[in-house]
Design a protein around this ligand. Sequence first.
Ligand code: FES
Length: 76
Amino acid sequence: MHTPEPAGPAPAARTVRVVPGGPVLIEGPVEVVLPDGTRARSDRFVVAVCTCRRSRRYPWCDTSHRRRVRRDDREV
Ligand code: FES
């Protein structure tokens, strides 16, 4: 069986960076299709897509993935 040659040069690959414990950073613009079929679009240069599901702006990362460090500097 013959595989047809691509019509032109291969498109440039989009860079996606995985942040350990954090979001996935994708070169924008980005359109995310959610499980219910709705679409969210961001035209930012780099888009942070939430992977922890804790974001109040899901599918975008709002830094809720960061651990909250409680600092109690009061003396007892
Ligand atoms: S990855 Fe940042 S809020 Fe989910």
